[in-house]
Design a protein around this ligand. Structure first.
Ligand SMILES: NC(=O)c1ccc[n+]([C@@H]2O[C@H](COP(=O)([O-])OP(=O)(O)OC[C@H]3O[C@@H](n4cnc5c(N)ncnc54)[C@H](OP(=O)(O)O)[C@@H]3O)[C@@H](O)[C@H]2O)c1
Length: 257
């Protein structure tokens, strides 16, 4: 557990808050929070009982540094900062190759395969990990095992595939539920009546059923009149009309596979 005695978090958004809470819950101490955002950075450092740095001018020395930055800012940060040669540097992005850290000797990735906004049960999050050096990968794996975390070793290409699937599983289903909320508002529906349907949909897949086999509805039945009447009801909302049409076509294409 004590393989990483000094830990630095870079960034102060959702991922930094997630990792901070996780490490503290495991009895680890975070020495530094580095963030360009003084307000959220200082608040996080205070919460974690760490020191805050707005900008790092000197050499950063840590056993582990987790970069919790916007994907596009990772390269800029590592190119501008002086990081000790002995530090294991990890980014935590799903779709960014580990090569973005190529100038770092001990480079790695610790990607949490979960949406980190709001309440997250850290112990249920699966992590995909990767390291350039075989010994670093062993060290990281042993450490995660000792912390009782769920993890798999996964290269950058495979992680990107998981991330793409995660976008469908979370971002897109959430967007569909946003559309449901907005239709419920527009037509003044009682959203409570839709909740058992939403619960059944998600429970079914979590319980191991195949989503393809559980598809129902007018597109699946090819009920053309109903499909057309729904499209007409969305006449004033071209974005949702396009979405309805595209998803209905997709559902019908599944029968041809
Ligand atoms: N959120 C998730 O569900 C999730 C899940 C898995 C992995 N991740 C990964 O976690 C990483 C961070 O995502 P997040 O959700 O924590 O994002 P976030 O909440 O938006 O936080 C991003 C952090 O990066 C900082 N930042 C942005 N642009 C910067 C720049 N040019 N230079 C320096 N700092 C900059 C932000 O500072 P400001 O506050 O000043 O903008 C903020 O501290 C990403 O690589 C993401 O892929 C996120």
């Amino acid at each position: 557990m004590q393989s990483f005695k000094n830990i630095t978090l870079v960034g102060s958004g959702h991922a930094a808050n997630f990792f901070g809470k996780l490490f503290v819950s495991k009895g680890l101490h975070i020495d530094w929070v580095i963030s360009r955002n003084a307000k959220s950075g200082e608040a996080l450092a205070k919460k974690l009982n760490s020191q805050f740095l707005l900008k790092s001018n000197g050499l950063i020395q840590s056993d582990l540094m987790v970069l919790c930055l916007k994907d596009d800012a990772i390269a800029e940060f590592v190119n501008q900062c002086q990081i000790s040669e002995n530090t294991l540097v990890a980014h935590c992005a799903g779709s960014v190759s580990m090569d973005v850290l190529s100038r770092i000797k001990h480079r790695s990735v610790i990607y949490p395969l979960q949406s980190l906004k709001g309440e997250v049960d850290e112990m249920e999050v699966p992590f995909l990990i990767e390291a350039a050096d075989k010994n670093d990968l062993e060290l990281l794996s042993d450490w995660m095992r000792k912390l009782n975390l769920i993890f798999q070793v996964c290269n950058s290409e495979k992680r990107k595939e998981y991330h793409l699937a995660a976008v469908f599983a979370n971002n897109f289903t959430n967007a569909i539920l946003s559309a449901t909320e907005s239709l419920s508002d527009d037509f003044k529906l009682d959203f409570e009546l839709l909740k058992p349907l939403i619960t059944k949909t998600f429970n079914s897949i979590v319980e191991g059923n195949s989503a393809i086999e559980h598809q129902t509805g007018p597109a699946k039945r090819k009920d053309k009149d109903t499909l057309n009447s729904h499209l007409k009801m969305l006449e004033n909302n071209k974005d949702l009309q396009k979405l309805y049409d595209a998803l209905s076509e997709y559902i019908q294409s599944l029968d041809n596979d």
